[in-house]
Design a protein around this ligand. Structure first.
Ligand code: NAG
Ligand code: NAG
Ligand code: NAG
Ligand code: NAG
Length: 826
């Protein structure tokens, strides 16, 4: 998504004003939020997370466990870099002179920054985006003293040794904005920042004076990004100004009364983070995010929700803080936090778990929509506090279900505030009552001998050579031998299907690409998989992470990922940080020169820009699959064009599931700009999804959804020709989400967005009646469909059921989207 340019158009019309980022100290916190009861804070029992990540364990650098990624031969390339043979992808900071000495004297700042920047990479301020200069910046175990910010560049994975987390230790005189500045000087547009990670680090800010305003990581960001397995150590002294993670609080929304707009972002995902101390553990401002397994100790405010449209917190733990989540930003007359969903979470020894500005008369109408589902309190003074007092009492108790906002069950709206009946959780999706979750495997306990490299096996990854046969060989052999396949960085061109056998474990390097090309993928009447996982009837497990599947040129018959394998609910398969990318990158032959936009000409389709039949298919036999942080993107702009110029690339369908057994988890997934739909669930069941995010293709309705991929009944496509009869407005627009003949679908947060009408944004601007598309979400012949915090933009009808409008946007207006806090079918 590339929202910024469009926001700029909005500004004049909404009364939003672009201004400097809101300084973080403009949110003063006192330790006491006038609680009516005072609480004794008994000594907290820190769970195992604390000891796992204690500095003591990380200090054992003399004898760290070897980590395969550090020692494997580094032969990754950037296929479409002008000098692929000399450009270095993998960079060990020690090779650039960093010492990691722990002597408190040796300053590693310059060496680490050299490791990040060398090789003419895409720098903030001088480059807006690039896919040709990827890097892994690797930290062996050690304590790295830094005195100013590490400046992150585009397309970078910053990775520490997971067996002995390296420490980034800020010097007492630290003089930067953040230990890791993910967008220095806001040189990258936050909605344009894709493909980057930080994992396995301790960020130690404790020697910086408590009164110094400083951030651990500055992370304005968009899709296909993650922070995983990091620890943030901050001062917990009175008056601390430390902040672990800072994502801009700038914002734009409908009300002309409220505060200025600055920076938006469109994330995103993060998981397995621990925060100690701080004024704010995190200040979070972004359109939407899914965060999982975050733990906070001893912060003034664990999470300051600066602004949002929709946010899903899974497995939050807040211990000994003044406030858990402050979503009151903007105040009752101008709330800027749209909606929050919290599930399977714990608050302990905390004064106020949640602070909200929502009241019966607050604005916007659905601002501050909130859902709590399975949230435990231990010695919490107030569960939910509003501007006029306690809304929900605390104590030591479990909140099985509670919420505020608008509900449709299935008719509405009813404005509600109070207990709710939580969605019935299918046993197959849970473990001990909590939803199954699994972090991306790093294989950190496996020896080097367990890994086999694709380039060592003879694949080129140069974007030119046909690597199909070698990849199929190495995948077969590795699965048979129980080895992990390491796709060295590169673009692996394939001319027929790559088959991932059951038992495979696959990991990429800085998003290694498998790119389908040629006649095999060219017919939309005979679609073929670029990558196929297992075969129909097979049972077993596959694990796959850190890669991209793409196409090159005219490939209207490509199904980028087809999943056939069935796994048991107790031992699912998984896909982490595996994305599809259709067009808009160097080497795709689907760039500005090939696929320019044509808003001024009616229904012109360049056949050479039809680049996919479907992003991903869970076939009838697929079952037991866990997806975390996946982004299926048909490009709306050219990532390698200096101006990020828009492109028109056509892909038929997004994520399609016809899995008869279901048992599919979609944790932090998004699907954008496919023609007929983004998500479609047909004849399936038992799906956990949250937060999901979609965007309708920017060119539609020129041409409309059924052009150039006409509906095919064998693929259960919606017939926009017959189905739009009698529907006013732009009806033939791709569905954000379509559910047909299905049951037991549980959606914990959704953002279905339609910003454009033939590249114009008038239709989604404030006060224009949400006329980009008539309908965006369809439920047909289905039952037991459950949704928390459905957010839509630009759609007149937010939800239709069997062809009839169920939810009109008008009563549900929120900060920018329209929001229904709770929907239950029957
Ligand atoms: C949560 O994160 C910790 C590390 O911070 C990790 O040890 C633990 O396994 C994670 N739990 C889940 C359910 O992912
Ligand atoms: C609770 O947090 C405060 C800082 O806000 C800290 O001083 C105190 O030691 C913490 N209590 C426990 C029991 O850890
Ligand atoms: C809620 O979470 C707890 C753990 O915090 C778990 O034991 C319980 O089974 C979960 N599920 C429900 C539906 O309460
Ligand atoms: C980018 O836009 C600027 C300003 O419109 C223009 O001068 C420049 O030629 C463009 N660059 C490219 C590569 O299109």
């Amino acid at each position: 998504m590339r929202f910024l340019s469009f926001i700029a158009v909005l500004v004049g019309l909404t009364g939003c004003i672009f201004a400097d980022p809101i300084p973080i100290h403009s949110h003063p916190h006192s330790r006491i939020i006038s609680p009516t009861t005072s609480v004794e804070l008994p000594s907290i029992s820190r769970n195992s997370l604390a000891s796992v990540h204690s500095p003591a364990s990380a200090r054992a650098v003399s004898n760290p466990e070897p980590y395969w990624l550090e020692h494997i031969e580094h032969q990754g390339i950037s296929a479409f870099h002008p000098a692929p043979d000399t450009y270095q992808v993998f960079r060990n900071v020690k090779s650039f002179g960093a010492q990691g000495m722990s002597d408190g004297v040796t300053d590693d700042t310059a060496a680490i920054n050299a490791a990040i920047s060398s090789g003419g990479r895409c720098a903030p301020g001088s480059c807006r985006s690039s896919t040709t200069t990827p890097a892994i910046v690797y930290f062996p175990a050690g304590t790295y003293l830094i005195s100013s910010s590490l400046i992150d560049y585009y397309y970078t994975q910053i990775i520490g040794n997971p067996n002995s987390l390296p420490i980034l230790k800020a010097a007492p005189h630290f003089g930067g904005f953040a230990l890791i500045d993910g967008d220095h000087g806001l040189g990258f547009g936050p909605t344009d920042i894709f493909y980057r990670q930080i994992r396995n680090l301790i960020l130690d800010m404790t020697e910086i004076p408590a009164g110094t305003l400083v951030n651990g990581v500055h992370w304005p960001t968009a899709q296909a990004t993650s922070i995983q397995n990091c620890v943030f150590r901050m001062s917990d002294a009175a008056g601390t100004q430390h902040q672990g993670l800072f994502i801009e609080s700038g914002f734009c929304h409908r009300s002309p009364l409220t505060i200025s707009a600055t920076i938006v972002g469109s994330g995103g995902f993060m998981n397995d983070l621990v925060f100690y101390g701080g004024m704010n553990g995190i200040l979070f401002g972004n359109q939407q995010y899914t965060v999982r397994n975050l733990t906070f100790y001893n912060a003034v405010t664990a999470i300051q929700q600066g602004w949002n449209w929709g946010w899903t917190y899974i497995g939050l733990t807040v211990v000994n803080c003044t406030i858990g989540l402050n979503m009151a930003t903007g105040g009752s007359s101008g709330q800027i936090v749209g909606s929050v969903t919290i599930l399977d979470s714990n608050f302990a020894n905390t004064e106020v778990a949640i602070l909200t500005a929502r009241t019966p008369s607050s604005s916007p109408a659905t601002g501050g929509s909130l859902i709590l589902d399975n949230v435990s309190l231990t010695n919490v003074a107030i569960a939910v506090q509003g501007p006029c007092g306690i809304i929900l009492a605390g104590g030591t108790t479990k909140i099985t279900g509670w919420g505020q906002g608008n509900q449709y069950t299935p008719n509405g709206p009813t404005v509600f505030r109070g207990p709710t009946t939580p969605f019935a959780r299918p046993a197959s999706l849970t473990i001990d009552g909590e939803f199954y979750a699994r972090s991306k495997p790093q294989y950190n306990t496996l020896p080097l001998s367990s890994f086999v490299s694709t380039r060592a096996a003879g694949a080129k990854g140069d974007g030119k050579t046909d690597d199909t046969a070698i990849l199929n060989n190495v995948l077969q052999t590795a699965a048979a031998n129980g080895q992990v396949v390491f796709f060295d960085a590169g673009t692996y061109k394939v001319t027929s299907t790559v088959n991932i056998p059951l038992g495979s474990r696959i990991v990429g390097e800085s998003y290694s690409v498998i790119m389908g090309s040629g006649a095999f993928f060219s017919s939309m009447n005979a679609p073929e998989a670029v990558v196929s996982v297992g075969t129909t009837g097979q049972t077993g497990i596959v694990e796959w992470s850190d890669m991209i599947v793409s196409t090159q040129g005219a490939t209207a018959g490509a199904i980028l990922i087809e999943w056939n394998l069935a796994s048991s609910p107790s031992s699912p398969s998984g896909m982490w940080d595996v994305h599809t990318r259709i067009g808009g990158f160097a080497g795709s032959n689907l760039q500005v020169a090939n696929c320019p936009t044509t808003p001024g000409a009616a229904n012109i389709v360049k056949d050479d820009c039809m680049a996919a039949f479907m992003s991903m298919h869970f076939s009838n036999s697929a079952a037991g699959v866990y997806l975390e942080n996946t982004w299926f993107w048909t490009s709306d702009h050219d990532l390698d064009d200096p101006n990020l110029t828009q492109v028109t690339v056509y892909a038929g369908r997004g994520l399609y599931s016809t899995s008869s057994t279901g048992t599919i988890w979609l944790v932090g997934t998004s699907v954008e700009h496919h023609a007929l739909y983004q998500y479609q669930f047909t004849n399936t069941k038992d799906v956990f999804a949250g937060h999901i995010q979609t965007e309708t293709a920017y060119y539609q309705p020129n041409p409309p959804a059924m052009v150039p991929f006409p509906a095919v009944s064998a693929w259960n496509d919606f017939d926009f020709v017959a189905g739009c009869t009698g529907v006013a407005g732009n009806c033939a627009m791709g569905w954000g989400l379509r559910i047909v003949g299905s049951t037991s679908i549980l959606i914990y947060g959704a953002g279905l967005y339609s910003f454009f009408d033939n590249y114009r944004t008038f239709c989604s601007q404030v006060g224009n009646g949400e006329v980009c598309q008539a309908r965006i979400f369809s439920i047909e012949q289905s039952s037991n469909i459950n949704i928390y915090n459905l957010n839509t933009v630009g759609a007149t009808c937010m939800l239709s059921r069997d062809g009839l409008s169920m939810v009109h946007y008008a009563p549900n207006v929120n900060v920018f989207p329209d929001t229904v806090a709770l929907f239950k079918s029957d």
